[in-house]
Design a protein around this ligand. Structure first.
Ligand code: NAD
Length: 414
C-alpha cells in the first residue's frame, strides 16, 4: 500500500481483485478517478452524482463506490511537476479499475500520449466502444436506431506499436538496405518506414473477449473486420486466427457464417468476417446485421469514430480499455480547452463510460438505470448546447444541470 503524497485512500472501502481473470468486487469498492484536463473537471462534477445515484437507487443504499482521486495531466504537473506521477501509476496498479476524463497530449515532452502510455503500462489490450443510439439525438442518417454494435479494437499492436523511422535517417536507410539485400524487396529510397506487427497472441486474447462478450450478452454474431485481401500476413492472419480461436475455444457456441444452413445458426453465435472498406459501407447500408465487431488497432480507430458519428457524435460515445487484471473507463472525446470551466459541455461520454464501469463491477441494474436516465433526459429535450443547437424545441441546460436532470429521471424510473 502506497505512502502517497497527494492521493488519499478511502479508509472504508475495498480493493477490487482478480481471480482467474475475473474481477472480485465488494459492495464498497475503491475506484480511482482522474478528472482530466480542460473540460474534464466540469464533466466529472456532473457525472459522479449520476453514477452514485444509480448505485444507491438500485441497491437500496447497500452499495457505494468509494471514489479515490488520482492525478495525471496538467493537474499532476501542478502537484508533482510531471504529467504522469509514479504514485498515480502505483495507485492504478494497486486498485486496477479506474475511470478518467480526457487528458491533454503534451506537445514535445517525453510522452507520445498519456492515454497510450496508460494503456501500455497496464496492458489494456481491448478497447471496447459500444455504439448505441439514444432516441432523439440528432443524427446524420435516416435510421440511426438500427446501429447497435460493440466494437472490440485491439489496443497494443498494429501500426500503433511505435516502430517508425523517419525518411532520411540512418535507421530507415539500414532497413531499406536490409529489405533489398536480405529479402529481395525494393522500397523507394528516402521513404519513411513504419512496422505493422500483428500476432496470434494479440489476436487471440482480443477475439476471445469479443466472443465471450457476445455469449454473456446473448448477441447474435461476431464480425472480424480486416484488410486481409491486401495485408495477408497481418490483417489476413488476424482473420484466420480469429476463426481458428472460435473453432478451438468456442466450438459449441459459435458457427462460421459459411456453415450456416437454411435452418439458421441453431442458436449459435455466427462468426463472420468483412473487409474493412466494405464494412464501412455495411454499417451505413445494413447496420442491423452487425452486433459485436472485432478488429485490429487502426481499423478500430477509424471505425469507432465513424460509427459514433452515425448515432450523433462523439460527445456521447463511451469507451473502456480493458486488460486481464486492469480496466480504465474513459471519455472518448478530448479536452475541448475552449469550453473548460464553463459548465457547458456534454458529460454524456463519461456518464455512459461510468455505466460500462458499473456493468464491469457486475452491477447491471445500476448500469441499466443510467441508460434509462439518459434516455428520458434526452426524450424530455433538456440537453447541453451541442445537442440543443440541433434539436428543435430543446431546452439548453448546463453540464451540471444535465447530470442533475439524469438523476431526477432515474429517481422517477425506479
Ligand atoms: P476535442 O474532442 O477536445 O474537441 C473537439 C471539439 O469537439 C470541441 O471543440 C468541442 O466542440 C467538441 N466536444 C468535445 N467534447 C465535447 C463534449 N463533451 N461536449 C460537447 N462538445 C464536445 O478534440 P481536440 O480539440 O482534437 O483535442 C483537444 C485535446 O484533447 C488534445 O490535447 C488531444 O490530445 C486531447 N485528446 C484527448 C483524448 C483522451 O484523453 N482520450 C482524446 C482525444 C483528444
Amino acid at each position: 500500500m502506497g505512502n502517497w503524497q497527494q492521493i488519499v485512500v478511502p479508509t472504508d472501502g475495498d480493493r477490487i481483485t482478480f481471480k482467474d481473470g475475473k474481477q472480485q468486487v465488494s459492495d464498497t469498492p475503491i475506484v480511482p478517478f482522474i478528472r482530466g484536463d480542460g473540460i474534464g473537471p466540469d464533466i466529472w462534477a456532473a457525472s459522479q452524482p449520476v453514477l452514485d445515484a444509480a448505485v444507491e437507487l438500485t441497491s437500496g443504499g447497500r452499495r457505494d463506490i468509494r471514489w479515490m482521486e488520482v492525478y495525471a495531466g496538467e493537474r499532476a504537473l501542478e502537484l508533482y511537476q510531471t504529467y504522469l506521477p509514479e504514485e498515480t501509476i502505483e495507485a492504478l496498479r494497486e486498485y486496477a479499475v479506474a475511470i478518467k476524463g480526457p487528458l491533454t497530449t503534451p506537445v514535445g515532452g517525453g510522452f507520445r500520449s498519456l492515454n497510450v502510455t496508460l494503456r501500455q503500462i497496464f496492458d489494456l489490450y481491448a478497447c471496447i466502444r459500444p455504439v448505441r443510439y439514444v432516441d432523439g439525438v440528432p443524427s446524420p442518417v435516416k435510421e440511426p436506431e438500427k446501429v447497435n454494435v460493440v466494437i472490440f479494437r485491439e489496443n497494443t499492436e498494429d501500426v500503433y506499436s511505435g516502430i517508425e523511422f523517419a525518411s532520411g535517417t540512418p535507421e530507415a536507410a539500414k532497413l531499406i538496405a536490409f529489405l533489398k539485400d536480405e529479402l529481395g524487396k525494393n522500397v523507394r529510397a528516402e521513404s519513411g518506414i513504419g512496422i505493422k506487427p500483428i500476432s496470434q497472441f494479440g489476436t487471440d486474447r482480443l477475439v476471445r473477449r469479443a466472443i465471450q462478450y457476445a455469449i454473456d450478452h446473448n448477441l447474435p454474431s461476431v464480425t472480424i473486420v480486416h484488410k486481409g485481401n491486401i495485408q495477408k500476413f497481418t490483417e489476413g492472419a488476424f482473420r484466420d486466427w480469429s476463426y481458428a480461436l472460435a473453432a478451438r475455444e468456442f466450438a459449441d457456441r459459435t458457427i462460421r457464417e459459411d456453415a450456416v444452413g437454411p435452418d439458421g445458426p441453431g442458436g449459435k453465435i455466427v462468426i463472420k468476417d468483412r473487409i474493412a472498406d466494405a464494412m464501412f459501407q455495411q454499417i451505413l447500408l445494413r447496420p442491423a446485421e452487425y452486433s459485436v465487431l472485432a478488429m485490429p488497432n487502426l481499423n478500430g480507430d477509424y471505425f469507432s469514430d465513424a460509427c459514433a458519428a452515425q448515432i450523433g457524435g462523439l460527445g456521447m460515445a463511451p469507451g473502456a480499455n480493458i486488460g486481464d487484471s486492469a480496466a480504465i473507463f474513459e471519455a472518448t472525446h478530448g479536452t475541448a480547452p475552449k469550453y473548460a470551466g464553463k459548465d457547458m459541455v456534454n458529460p454524456g461520454s463519461v456518464i455512459l463510460s461510468g455505466a460500462m464501469l458499473l456493468e464491469y463491477l457486475g452491477w447491471q441494474a445500476a448500469a441499466d438505470l443510467v441508460h434509462e436516465g439518459v434516455r428520458r433526459t434526452i426524450a424530455a429535450k433538456t440537453v447541453t448546447y451541442d445537442l440543443e443547437r440541433q434539436m428543435p424545441g430543446a431546452t439548453k441546460v448546463s453540464c451540471s444541470a444535465f447530470g442533475a436532470e439524469i438523476v431526477k429521471h432515474m429517481r422517477e424510473a425506479v
